[in-house]
Design a protein around this ligand. Structure first.
Ligand code: GLN
Length: 555
């Protein structure tokens, strides 16, 4: 089958859940046996979100092939279990960069470079149906245009356009979509538009005018949405949906509602119930066939509903907003569900953590996660949390910077190096137990230059992590794992023997560089730090083994 393209746009307001709708649609088409991929186009100028403060843009999600991307890619992977690549996340900055680089090379042979056609052509090239294999050719510059060579690999490319209709920045993306729809025809390209239906309490009414206006704006740009997804806090009547359909040139059955649900993972079921995937298949000339049962997915939701007993987990970090630790929160929730528990997370701001208040903050917790991060702010609180948990044997999971803080705390309080630190925080310390990686020392540019993406790690036999990665019932024993990274600093191997002799073991090692990937204290119940980010690879149907084991220990 020739690749088909679904464009997801959003109107009225941001934060309506375009990413969840895209992920849900991907899930539903995948369940019907189609090969799909989901990509996100972000209209901002940064080349990638890697240089963005989490307060600006939430978590930076990292793909296995080492791209720093939008957190929506995390949703795509958690819903579908399909690994994304650097081609799945594109920003305006990246589009412009490649056009400008080509202009400097002289590739345009004297032409004036313009938004249309040069920028829009570059956007169209990146909506291309290539799956770039991990470690393989990843540059979109060598890829074929939509429908060209490689098009046989994918049945559907779902492209989510970031931002809201009416934004100046997203105009070139919408123009590219308009052109593609015209070139490919209605059976190969379709637009799903997500809008918001607000409820005016004083009038006691749900209002459709913003949706009508948003669709008119789209139409003004030459795009007629075939499907509307209406986000609302309330149930929408058939009458209201008919009214929207009538005003927007959309079939009534193609007006779907997306009301608030207790979990984002219920959205695919809700979309399936309303036939979102079936409508799209019909419109694109495909046979609809039987509705997939989504058995394992429903089982997860069932477990989730039954899991009412609470396990309290503290998240020690410096970013006081949910989106900053999105993947960690989701990974904890997945693992909680499969352990028949409801994970209740408590954000503990490490900046304000002191010896005086730590017992009050962490005392009632079944477990503690020490979060990733960068820079000085809040690190003494993380070190304090590591000490508190180590000396009281509270199950503790340190991730990336969190692991580094566990290592520093151990050096200060067990090895007796009071000034132990990371070179990131103190470049002059005598005891740099966390040191800048050798290859990072020559790095001058900040963007995209960390150690990024998936690398191998060998597990030490008999360690807790080796057991965690090989839970009972699994026959094939894993001795080497592969996890994703995002860091510049590492455990300083000069101190390795001293750590091992004093009870903190280096139980995960990168086989080619000897970089310490995992530390644990076997004498404690669960005190493990990972240099990598396991949270990027936990999915609904495959919860991450370390989070599974951590929650088990917390219980
Ligand atoms: N700042 C630390 C480093 O660069 C940790 C990074 C992280 O937590 N992602 O090594």
């Amino acid at each position: 089958m020739e690749t088909k393209y679904i464009f997801i746009t959003g109107g009225v307001a941001s934060s309506l859940g375009k990413g969840i709708i895209s992920a849900s649609l991907g899930k539903l088409l995948q369940a019907r046996g189609y090969h799909i991929t989901i990509q996100k186009f972000d209209p901002y100028i940064n080349i990638d979100p890697g240089t963005l403060n989490p307060y600006e843009h939430g978590e930076c999600y990292v793909t296995a092939d080492g791209m720093e991307t939008d957190l929506d890619l995390g949703h795509y992977e958690r819903f579908t279990g399909i690994e994304t690549t650097r081609d799945n996340s594109v920003t305006t900055g990246r589009i412009y960069l490649s056009v400008i680089e080509r202009e400097r090379r002289g590739d345009y042979l004297g032409k004036t470079i313009q938004v249309v056609p040069h920028i829009t052509d570059e956007i169209k090239r990146r909506i291309a149906p290539l799956l770039s294999p991990l470690g393989g050719k990843t540059s979109r510059d060598t890829s074929s245009p939509p429908g060209g060579a490689g098009g046989g690999l994918l049945d559907f490319v779902i492209t989510e356009i970031g931002g809201t209709i009416g934004d100046i920045e997203s105009l070139p993306f919408l123009e590219a979509i308009r052109q593609l729809r015209w070139e490919l025809g209605p059976q190969r390209a379709l637009n799903v538009h997500l809008t918001y239906v607000p409820y005016l309490a004083a009038a006691g009414e749900l209002k459709t005018k913003p949706t009508q206006t948003s669709v008119k704006q789209l139409q003004g740009l030459g795009i007629q949405p075939e499907v509307l997804v209406l986000r609302s806090e309330y149930d929408l009547s058939d009458e209201l949906r008919a009214k929207v359909a009538h005003f927007c040139n959309v079939d009534v059955e193609a007006v779907v509602q997306s009301q608030d649900l207790p979990s984002i993972y219920e959205v695919p079921i809700n979309m399936q119930r309303q036939g979102l995937d079936a409508i799209i298949l019909k419109k694109m000339g495909l046979e609809v066939g039987a509705t997939p049962e989504l058995g394992p997915w429903r089982k997860f939701l069932e477990l989730r509903k039954q899991a009412t007993e609470v396990v309290d987990i503290a998240l020690v970090g410096k970013y006081d907003l949910q989106d900053a630790y999105k993947s960690i929160l989701e990974s904890l929730a997945h693992a909680g569900t499969y352990n028949n528990r409801k994970v209740r997370t408590h954000f503990v701001n490490s900046e304000f953590l002191t010896r005086g208040n730590i017992a009050e903050q962490l005392g009632g917790m079944a477990g503690v996660v020490i979060c990733p991060g960068f820079g000085q702010r809040g690190i003494e609180g993380k070190i304090l949390a590591a000490e508190y948990c180590r000396t009281r044997d509270v199950p503790t999971f340190g991730i990336c910077l969190g692991m580094q803080m566990m290592v520093i705390e151990f050096a200060r309080n067990v090895l007796g190096y009071a000034d132990a630190n990371s070179n990131e925080m103190d470049s002059t310390t005598q005891h740099n137990v966390i040191d800048m990686m050798e290859e990072q020392k020559a790095v001058k540019q900040m963007g995209g230059t960390m150690r990024l993406g998936a690398y191998d790690c060998e597990l030490q036999q008999g360690s807790r992590v080796a057991e965690a990665y090989n839970p009972q019932g699994k026959t094939l024993r894993r001795t080497t794992i592969r996890e994703r990274h995002r860091h510049r600093y590492e455990f300083n191997n000069k101190y390795k023997d001293e750590y091992e002799q004093n009870g903190m073991r280096c139980v995960g090692i990168n086989p080619s560089t000897s970089l310490v990937e995992i530390v644990e204290i076997p004498a404690l119940r669960w005190y493990i730090g990972t240099q990598f980010h396991p949270e990027y690879s936990s999915t609904v149907l495959h919860p991450h083994p370390l989070f599974m084991d951590f929650i088990k220990a917390c219980i």
